[in-house]
Ligand binder design. Structure first.
Ligand code: SAH
Ligand code: TMP
Ligand code: ZN
Length: 408
């Protein structure tokens, strides 16, 4: 049996999504293939029987995922930019009381959130190992340390900049297997009354929506109130507030303080009770997800093969990291989905990992419109459907696959 990366307890594997490529390793078809070809690993998930933390059973070395050319860009979504602006306004209200407040963002990427903090006039520093994304933030006048946040980098930030009143992170803490080092880093860097706030996909929403595509190499942990509270306590902190967020298909925002500094808000106990009542981390919950994944795979393949047989044109929309899990788990290649549109210049002209669908700019979508489009970026459905209203008006239909395969 595998051991928990946080508490060393036994982790029982409950869901196996098979051999998968790195979800953001888009292939440059013009570059000569490397000597080892594409990197694959086995994507399996289990829950720790001791602390309940749900986690991957195999960790991919961090430098293989988060390197200079990591292609994800937070700023591609207008809705996420608005989300960060709103978040900055809310969080900074509590930070601005002191004379020279200081905010650190873990995983700042291209600076979508840092920009909002900067606009508010608060001193900030982003930390992110993805050099090209960090350079975008730096070009916009934001301060970024191109580095992994962990105990050692946190200590050197503390020495150079003083304590942080707020350490904020979105869609990054769940990406970090070495969470112990992160919490020790937070311990070194955070002011005595400071807050550590992070938001990541919520396991409850993943199970509710059968969103098995949230399981990718980069998403190492799947948080619940119970597992985050146990983790925080282990490192001398307390989970003092939780909030569910509608972004990215359902997330949880966790607010963590040093133990004994703040009483937990009622929301913590309320959501914990709900999780326990629903058996969120139990074996049956995962068996349900495994069954749903197989059903979605069968239904999606049947639909795509029928459409092909009927001579319908189908393309993909959103070359998301999540799409790697769906495409490779279902064995979908360019024969069923000839290309996928994506607004990220760093992904365009490349091939999706493992499945090798060409990624083309959104302009290719209307040239001419296909009959059907598989919405791999289903977490941005509202924004994308609004942008591409003309597709639907022209008779085009979206194919969604969570919580089940259906047409919109
Ligand atoms: N916060 C942004 C970006 C999320 S993508 C958003 O919500 O849109 C995850 C980011 O975490 C990537 O840019 C990756 O380079 C970064 N990352 C991964 N491990 C990290 C670590 N240990 N410290 C800081 N950033 C990290
Ligand atoms: P994400 O689900 O990890 O945020 O990735 C979303 C992907 O979809 C990203 O590659 C950008 C792309 N995208 C578009 O192509 N058009 C859009 O309107 C939006 C919001 C995202
Ligand atoms: Zn554990």
């Amino acid at each position: 049996m595998k051991r928990c990366r946080i508490c060393d307890g036994p982790v029982r594997e409950t869901l196996d999504l098979g051999r998968q490529p790195l979800s953001d390793a888009f292939i440059d078809p013009t570059a000569p293939p490397g000597p080892d070809g594409e990197f694959f690993f086995r994507l399996g998930v289990g829950a720790c029987e001791s602390c309940t933390m749900v986690q991957l059973v195999e960790a991919v070395p961090r430098e293989r995922m988060f390197h200079h050319d990591y292609p994800y860009r937070s700023s591609r979504s207008d809705r996420m930019r608005e989300h960060f602006e709103r978040t900055a306004r809310t969080l900074l209200d509590g930070v601005r009381a002191g004379p020279d407040p200081f905010v650190v963002e873990i995983g700042c990427n291209d600076g979508a959130m840092l920009a909002a903090i900067d606009t508010a006039g608060v001193r900030s520093l982003g930390v992110d190992p993805s050099g090209r994304a960090a350079a975008v933030a730096a070009r916009n006048g934001l301060r970024v340390r191109t580095d992994f946040f962990e105990e050692s980098s946190a200590a050197s930030i503390r020495a150079a900049e003083g304590p942080a009143d707020l350490i904020y992170s979105a869609n990054t803490i769940s990406h970090i297997p070495y969470l112990g080092s992160v919490f020790r880093g937070v311990d070194r860097l955070l002011a005595p009354d400071g807050l550590f706030v992070f938001e990541d996909p919520y396991l409850g929403d993943i199970l509710d929506r059968s969103a098995f595509d949230q399981i990718i190499d980069e998403h190492f942990y799947f948080f619940t109130v119970r597992s985050v509270r146990a983790t925080a306590r282990r490192f001398g902190f307390e989970l003092v507030d939780v909030e569910r967020l509608p972004v990215h298909g359902g997330e949880i925002r966790c607010t963590v303080a040093r133990a004994g500094r703040r009483p937990p808000a009622p929301a913590v106990a309320a959501l914990l009770a709900r999780e326990d009542a629903l058996g969120r981390t139990s074996g049956p919950a995962f068996r349900g997800l495994a069954t749903a994944a197989r059903r979605i795979r069968d239904d999606l393949l049947t639909l795509l093969r029928t459409l092909r047989a009927d001579g319908r044109r189908v393309v993909g929309y959103g070359a998301t990291a999540k799409s790697a899990t769906v495409l490779n788990y279902c064995g979908i290649g360019p024969g069923l989905v000839p290309f996928v549109c994506d607004s990220t210049p760093e992904k365009q002209g490349r091939l999706t990992p493992g499945s090798h669908l060409p990624v083309r700019p959104p302009a290719a979508f209307s040239d001419p419109y296909p009959d059907y489009a598989v919405l791999f970026a289903w977490n941005h459905a509202q924004e994308i459907m609004m942008k591409e209203q003309a597709f639907h008006a022209a008779g085009g239909r979206w194919i969604l696959y969570v919580p089940d395969v259906h047409l919109v």
